[in-house]
Design a protein around this ligand. Structure first.
Ligand code: XBP
Ligand code: MG
Length: 249
């Protein structure tokens, strides 16, 4: 069956948002709330085991800061902290602090020119996707995607397959017509759980993850003059194109 649709993860795949984006915004929110919590680069690597910012805060308190006395309205406390983090994160993105990864802008442009159907399937908050697309692609970039499936729109976040299944249902496409782009083990568990063939571009936090089920594993999508390295799978190409992805399926 012909591949008609590309579904992209956001964090780690379109841009390296975690270390210098989300992590920094979490720490700013903690400080603004008068908390002395500080998520180091190393600790944040462990916290990434859990997707979703609110879920990550809870995980931190369960595993790494058990002495913290939870307030009575704990759900409200976490939600407030997370809303503040989202404000700091979107402000940070608007300054252009987080660039797109190699090849992302080019592949997105080529995909649009080739008439591919595009979607996003991410764990992050919708406002964060809006901010990233606007700051890194173009003011109208949200309109490039038929579906932006994000955040709490499905109750079970990645590694559950639900967000990809939701995006495909909205588009009325079958998994055979789609290819997913991911960067992490939780991400590929989600996409493969939704029966999607998946291209993986690793990053510093995910380089040792298990990507056995990937179509191909790369260090980056690459660009002319900035070649990709193939880590698992086979290709002699310098960078990922629409035709290359189709040829892998
Ligand atoms: C992304 C995430 C997100 C962000 C934080 O995972 O884990 O939780 O770190 O986003 P994926 P929010 O790339 O697999 O979708 O704070 O907005 O939840
Ligand atoms: Mg990701």
């Amino acid at each position: 069956m012909t591949v008609t649709t590309f579904i992209f993860d956001v964090d780690g795949t379109l841009a390296d948002t975690e270390r210098d984006g989300h992590r920094v915004a979490f720490n700013k929110a903690f400080k603004a709330a008068g908390l002395d919590w500080d998520w180091s680069v190393e600790l944040y690597g462990e916290l990434l085991a859990v997707t979703g910012g609110k879920e990550r805060i809870r995980f931190y308190l369960e595993k790494f800061n058990t002495a913290f006395a939870k307030p009575d309205d704990f759900d409200g406390f976490v939600a407030g902290l997370h809303a503040s983090k989202t404000e700091f994160y979107t402000e940070l993105l608007a300054t252009g602090a987080i660039p797109l990864r190699s090849g992302v802008k080019r592949l997105m442009a080529e995909s649009r020119a080739a008439g591919m159907r595009l979607a996003i399937a991410t764990t992050t908050t919708p406002a964060n996707v809006t901010a990233l697309l606007g700051a890194c692609f173009a003011p109208d970039a949200e309109s490039w995607f038929e579906v932006i499936a994000a955040g709490d729109i499905v109750p079970a976040k990645k590694p559950a397959h639900d967000i990809y299944t939701y995006a495909m249902a909205q588009m009325k496409v079958s998994p055979e017509e789609c290819v997913a782009f991911e960067d992490s083990e939780n991400g590929i568990k989600s996409s493969v759980g939704a029966k999607l063939k998946t291209v993986v571009t690793i990053n510093e936090y995910t380089k040792d993850h298990d990507f056995t089920d990937a179509l191909i594993v790369l260090d980056q999508l690459g660009d002319p003059g900035d070649p990709m390295t193939v880590l698992e799978g086979k290709s002699d190409a310098e960078f990922v194109t629409v035709d290359l992805v189709k040829s892998l399926v």
